[in-house]
Design a protein around this ligand. Structure first.
Ligand code: GTP
Length: 402
């Protein structure tokens, strides 16, 4: 009999995703469309392909009604998998929520394995390879490890492993100084004994709270520091090093990069989601209800949402256009995110720079228009962040327009 596997996606809550503002002012970060699908759809669709996976549970602290339409829609798309959302009463951390809902995760069919994904990453989600490695070593867990530049490594959970056995020898979350270029990719596969390990961490915290008034006795626990680091010290966890695409989605600029990565991946895994046409270059997603003038040039790396209208002679590349916006005749949109219900007048131009390898403080790269922004005809908006409901009658560059 094949083993039962379940998937958990940690979706966070309203206090998370602040670096995505203003896009997350009126929309939860997991629901922000990337490559035409809500951010949370990507790990969910990848999990749905895992043979024998019976259930996917989203855990977070958004109100139930925020996640309900997505859950309903994905249940329709993946009818053979049970999909649900469990809401923490407040932020319990990356392991606290999981532990709080352990009975739900463990309800029959009782899983032997659980995949856990962070919401804010763009990845190929190599679950099959993780399972293969996991079945070889039989430790408590397997982490997806990804290589990053040495200069940026300390921003992540850093992993030192034995290259022969893939056993993790040392794990430090955001270390003060460099220890490795291999970092935690935010995707895990755990044996069901993970819950015993979290219990040990919870008990340890309770003991610390008794002895140290600065440690609060609550259900908050971090998977990375409180569970994975001790598991590494006990040599109970392994790493699958992947060279596939991977990207953290923290900022609007990184969403534009992730958009391009997922669109490129569609040509391999979901070519049916890509649009074709004489004036379409490179990977492009266009919602069926969008109306694109045949003389407009679109692509590469563009995702156009429902109800968008793109006029004659417009030019769009490296961009995400959310729902119901109007891009008028001969208007240009490059390296930008256009929020829902925006109106860009004729011959206007909204552009920016591609996401830099290392962000420079105070410098804006991609332009981001929140919802219901109006850009007057012939206006040039370059590398600006624009708050909702603004009317822009004058050109602007490198500014936050409040
Ligand atoms: P930052 O660089 O500070 O953003 O930290 P990080 O990259 O380590 O991310 P963080 O720990 O904030 O989040 C990692 C993942 O866990 C994301 O998918 C979050 O949505 C999710 N997450 C974080 N805190 C919670 C929580 O309290 N509950 C739940 N359910 N998910 C959470």
């Amino acid at each position: 009999m094949s083993s039962v596997t379940k998937g958990v996606i940690l979706v966070g809550g309203p206090s998370k995703g602040t670096r995505m503002r203003p896009l997350t002012l009126d929309r939860a970060k997991p629901l922000l469309p990337i490559a035409g699908k809500p951010m949370v759809w990507h790990p969910l669709a990848a999990l749905a392909k895992v043979p024998g996976l019976s259930e996917i549970i989203l855990i977070g602290f958004y109100e139930d009604n925020v996640m309900a339409p997505f859950v309903k829609e994905s249940q329709r798309e993946f009818p053979n998998i049970r999909i649900s959302y469990l809401r923490e009463y407040r932020s319990l951390g990356t392991a606290g929520g999981l532990y709080h809902f352990r009975d739900s995760v463990l309800r029959p069919p009782v899983p032997q394995h659980i995949f856990i994904c962070n919401i804010d990453i763009c990845s190929s989600f190599p679950f099959a390879e993780m399972l293969e490695l996991h079945n070889k070593h039989r430790g408590v867990g397997t982490i997806l490890g990804v290589k990053v530049k040495k200069e940026t490594a300390t921003r992540y959970g850093c992993i030192v492993s034995d290259p022969e056995t893939s056993q993790v020898l040392h794990y430090v979350e955001k270390p003060e100084s460099w220890i490795s270029n291999t970092v935690n990719g935010g995707v895990y596969m755990f044996d069901v004994s993970l819950f015993d390990e979290i219990k040990v961490a919870m008990d340890l915290k309770a003991t610390r709270a008794q002895n140290d008034p600065l440690v609060q006795l609550d259900e908050n626990l971090q998977l990375e520091q409180d569970v994975i680091a001790p598991l590494a010290a006990q040599r109970k966890i392994y790493v699958l090093e992947s060279n596939d695409f991977w990207k953290q989605i923290k900022t609007a600029a990184s969403a534009v990069t992730a958009n391009a990565l997922y669109l490129k991946d569609y040509s391999k895994i979901r070519p049916d989601l890509l649009s074709k046409g004489a004036n379409i270059t490179g990977p492009v997603f266009i919602d069926d209800s969008a109306v694109i003038d045949p003389t407009a040039k679109v692509g590469p790396n563009v995702a156009i949402g429902a109800g968008v209208t793109v006029g004659e002679g417009a030019r769009i590349a490296n961009a995400i256009l959310l729902e119901n916006s109007l891009i008028d005749k001969h208007t240009v949109v490059l390296n930008s995110i256009i929020g829902s219900d925006c109106r860009l007048g004729q011959w206007a131009r909204v552009d920016g720079e591609p996401e830099p390898e290392t962000a420079v403080k105070g410098q804006i790269s991609v332009s981001v228009l929140a919802s219901e922004v109006w850009v007057a005809p012939e206006t040039h908006i370059r590398s600006c962040i624009v708050l909702p409901n603004k009317s822009l009658g004058k050109s602007a560059a490198n500014q936050v327009l409040l």
